[in-house]
Design a protein around this ligand. Sequence first.
Ligand code: COA
Length: 637
Amino acid sequence: MATIADVKRFKSTVNTASPEYQANYKEWQLLLNTLRDRLKEATSQGQMRHLETHIKRGQLLARDRIELLLDEDSPFLEICPLAGWGQKDMTLGGSIVAGIGLVCGVETMVIASVPTLSGGSSNEVSVVRGERISQILMENRLPAIQLLQTGGANLSQQFRVFHRGGIATIHSTILSPFSIGSRTYGNLSSPHRNSSKAGIPTCSVVFGSSTAGGAYSPGMSDYVIMVKNKAQVFLGGPPLVQMATGEISDAESLGGADMHSRKSGVSDQLALDEFDAIRKAREWMSHLNWKKHGPVPPRHLTPSIEEPIYNRDELLGIVSANIRLPFDATEVVIRIVDGSRFMPFKPLYGANLVCGWAHVHGWFYFILFYLVFFDVFIEYTSVIYYYRETFDAGIPVGILANNNVLFTQEANKATQFIQLCNLKNTPLLFFHNITGFMVGKRYEEEGIVKAGARFINAVANSQVPAITIIMGASYGAGNYAMSGRAYNPRFLFSWPNSKCSVMGPDQLTGVMDLITRQAAERTGQVIDENAAAARNEKFRLVVEKESDVYYTTSRCLDDGVIDPRDTRDVVGMCLSVVYNREVKGGNLYGISRILGSVYKAGVMSNCYGRHGQLNGWRSFASGRQVGHCIQSDSIDP
Ligand code: COA
């Protein structure tokens, strides 16, 4: 039987002694120091006076609660840890810590409010980050555990929070899509009710005061644990109640854990203290009997993973910190995939886009070891056959990585490759280093618009999960074609050197300058060269700032900035996470090769329905009969 072991190891040609390699490596140290400092800043949980008060009350800090909840040695993949970075009036991370870790062996989305940052209240960044977290756990079918202690909406940002959060704040945003139905709160819109059908389990552990919007979070969870004498859950605290109705009550009798466990029924378990509450949350998880829908190694085997044969540290010498300097994407790929085994697709055609298949964090090597063992001692039994089957259930991935600008051939190749991966139910992994599609008369005549549109359509219609890594430039339609944020990859991470915008700051400024000059010429205006230069420079700086990776990550346009050397582990974990749902490609079209353009209606106005023939398609958008070309401009009226 053919296996991944038959795929040959790719041979690296990198010279680690070369001056380029050494210079790159040195430059990366600065970038990584900055990343390290910023991530460290993101782990800060507030001012010392708030930390002291919190600890004096006998409470655990948010990150300690997470650590206790997760399995020993569990990884914790934080999602958008630098959300809010550099933004005025925002807490770094949005007063929450959120990520994916293992609870009783189950991949779980854990979301903890940070009560020592603005009382754990949710600001605008919390909402944006919460929306992304909510999307990730829904798409990947991840059970969620919330560790709550929150002052609800940040009142100084009520306008920016209230309207985005719908019924409540961040925590409710996370839970509302799927937990409604188990309880009877709120007047939620149909998307929420539809999501609830996904049946993703949620648990809230309330450690302290959870007011107003924060109260709806436990209210809408499947299961609620409250800490005795600490948790307080109410729509309005004692002062607000007194103001509204004149009723005088203390916080404990109004919304204490004991009251909710005995009278209101909002709480399902009364925990003696924080440790007991976390233990109860783990107990809840262990009773879920949660199963992934994708392949998992048999429980009695501890999977072992074949590392790349090349050191991942070498990524820092191969990739330039300066995105203008090219590098060979294959050299990156073979430092990320298992055993540096990579099976390229069409290596001689459209070489500016590397495509091919590999495994990341597959577990076959262990099983291969067992095969040898059984072959020797038991010879050919049914046990061997069983292991052979498991062998094939590793996690394959189809990789697309940019070497340089995209031409028609690259677009054709990518379209076919994406179709093949859909037919074989193989997730996609994109590595961006792309300034866009080639422009110019010759390329327009060649039909690069048509080829590019096919590529983008294939990405838009692809139904297998995609994971995207931005490892350099990510500009314009190149970003879209390579499954940038707008094309909804399941996960998207950036390297600290990366830049992302409609085009590079210099090009964008140059284009704007030309347009402005042409407009001035048409109206007979005289151009003030000094003013133009100042305007251009100002504009260039704005674009440069907006394309910077910390600017985009701050706005949750990626799921985090990662050290290139961690890429393999991050991708491996994401691949494992996507397999919580069944991975199934869409059989939307046959293999289109170079001329075929057969697509299901998609997100773009120039997507047409599949009828299987090249002639006589009917545009879904216009209902007009169209010919071979999928560009709407070329429809013959
Ligand atoms: N919006 C904005 N800031 C808030 C806030 C909120 N909802 N809740 C707390 N904060 C701020 C406080 O002003 C304080 O700011 P400071 O750093 O300048 O001192 C800081 O967070 C800590 O609050 P504090 O009251 O000292 O902490 P605490 O642990 O004793 O109490 C709460 C925390 C959440 C119980 C309490 O602050 C509270 O009741 N907040 C109001 C909750 C509310 O009514 N929310 C309505 C949401 S719709």
